[in-house]
Design a protein around this ligand. Sequence first.
Ligand code: PHE
Ligand code: ZN
Length: 855
Amino acid sequence: MNEAISRKVYLNDYKPFGWEVEQVSLTFRLSPRGTRVLSRIAFRPREGGRFFLHGEGLRLISAAIDGRTVTPEVTDEGLTCEVPDRPFLWEAEVEIAPEDNTALEGLYMSNGMFCTQCEAEGFRRITFYPDRPDVMAPFRVRIESDLPVLLSNGDPVASGKGWAEWHDPWPKPAYLFALVAGDLRAVRDSFTTRSGREIDLAVWVREGDEDRCGWALESLKASMAWDEREYGREYDLSVFNIVAVDDFNAGAMENKGLNIFNSALVLASPETATDRDFERIEAVIAHEYFHNWTGNRVTCRDWFQLCLKEGLTVYRDQQFTGDMRSAPVKRIEDAAMIRSRQFREDNGPLAHPVRPEEFIEINNFYTITVYEKGAEVVGMLHRLVGQNAWRAACDLYFERHDGQAVTIEDWLAAFRDTTGRNLTQFMRWYSQAGTPRLSVAEDWDGQTLTLTLRQHTPPTPGQQEKAPQLIPVALGLLHPSGPEILRTQIVEMTEPEEVVRYDVGALCKAAGLKTERPVVSALRNFSAPVMLEHDQSPKERAFLLRHDTDPVNRWEAGRALSRAALTAMATGGDADPQAWLEGLEAALTDETLDPAMQSLLLSLPSEDDLAQSLADAGEAPDPLAIRHAVEAMQDHMAETLEPVLTRAFEATAGTGPFRPDAAGAGRRSLHNACLTLLTRRDEGTRARETFARADNMTASLGALNALLSVGAGKDELAAFEARWQHDRLVMDKWFALQVMRASPEQATEVAERLTQHPQFAWKTPNRFRSVIGTLAGNAAGFHHPSGAAYDFFADWLLKLDPVNPQTAARMSTAFETWRRYGPERQARLRATLERIAASPGLSRDTGEMVARMLG
Ligand code: PHE
Ligand code: ZN
């Protein structure tokens, strides 16, 4: 990496901008190769200093201050200029070429449409500006173009043939700026706020996609109503526009009044989208909408505070999904995600605090730690202070900071001032990286149960010493005959070691039961993002799987059993899946259990999770052995549970017309899970029938997945392609599924062949991810000892890097686990990373990632 581009930015270096921006007016004369951007910006001095405006890849045509031409000094990063010591008007004209913008940052083109992506630092590719989130201003925008639809932030002001004007009265940072121009169709609806204002809602799509917008609009209205009800937050403009874009680096973007979405996260119909897609769309629509208050009205002082908006907004969208669907199911899914993907990041070379203190490229910090661990931290705070104080503190935060760019300290101050609580120790959740280990040791004397809780956090890059965290540990006790004798209580652990005692004799007596050693259910509801080390026997786990009143721990007990059996199988040890299978059988025949929950219980830990478990236990995982163990376990499950699986499969068949609600989705999920296992016993008969009869994407993809996972499904794959070849979103699924289900020996070959498919448009991130990204998700294929996948993957990353550094850098995290493998794989992986690092012209984005991974 070149010195100049690898400069680090530090939280401690924060300095406010020396000028206030009072007003921004922009005029866009759109043209693919030469768009002209005219800016008029009113500055008012505060501290003053060196006047610097960011700007990248801009051709400066002219600049003037108060109408007098100036000649600023322009570098690769921006410009400096002498400015007067009083309020002044800055005017500049620049030229940019949206058509050549493959990085998809700034103003770019997708299928003939102009669109923008400015978070985090993309606005500087549009015009010269103080491109930092603490500079907030109202924007006026005029767009000149022959395209029929011209959109920007805020309220529409006026329009005519070939032009449109927009005004956004709410001061906002430049990263929330957006512009869209194209030949688009609107699907419209409206929402009346609780104060009686009517808002025009629209989803803008390509012609032909109009019949796939209904779900997004329903989700949007539900989100608007929910935020009013749960947080007292109302929408604040007369229109709310959503645009679907095919070429997009991320999921979606919360630009003020003009959200821009990856089309995969807006468009849905039962024929083309799965239940998962519907649920994700609902959640992402909500997420971006909720940003209107948590992110837009109150924004971040600097990018180190990213979790201020993201952690909080993810927490809010999780609450929303829990309310719209099943709260326990949502909680289990979130806990499972943290435990697999966030722990993987937190325990590897890319570990960083929820609020990082340094970075080279901010785009590399849109991570699962900032988002999902950030949300866990917010959730802990909520549970610690309770619902009433939570709501009061959020109200205070909005009231105090509306229109401001603030910090995590400001956020916590709202809680301190509401509750009087000292949150100094809690603050460590934001500053300390790594996953705390929480061990629970039990001592039983026949009457009293003594629990010794110990915590410690291993070192992470750049942070050797770790201080104890405030860990809320939710605990409950069950009598071995089944009933709960101690309802969930929270132990607020603050020290490295703490002892808690329970007078079990008294608890049993109160419940009218004989005094016996209870079964401990610890870390209920995943009350803190920690790794729990609690030695429990298979018998105790099977008991919890059957009797725990806490759904997360019920699921966790099952997970612990299957994980233990699978890791033993993968290392040639003694595997006893008996307890697991019995518990599973009981769960599948328990009619009080939600099918969605039964489906979750049926799922096995991912191969990557198993690799991590082995690494945690000090063993070098062999991904091939893990794959064999998983397959052997599936065979075993299919064989022993065949009658129950058959019954559940039949009971969940044919549920009437498709509705994307939680109940239907739960039934279909269980149906597919049973089908996958039964396909191992019936030569694919049921899956073929299901595929032939399927009238929705959840069913067809479920059947196709089942077939491919036993090495069948060739004809179905061809039929699927013939039917969907004109549908880019469905084709992404077709590409991905083949790579995901390829055998370890063939995975690279399959991916390679697919890159030669006429529809492999590698510059479109969704398609690139569906083939190349998915290969890293096929753990046994990716880590095949031939090393072919490493080479292939690295070659493609290097090809993508100059074109789209953001997406390339994001995908390089496929290598973050390299140190967990044995010497041969490690050597290969290191060599691959070194080859990438040494590649000439590597982007700052990917350069930073590989440097951190190599450590
Ligand atoms: N801020 C977007 C979100 O909510 C994510 C995003 C970041 C999108 C950067 C594009 C670029 O979650
Ligand atoms: Zn977000």
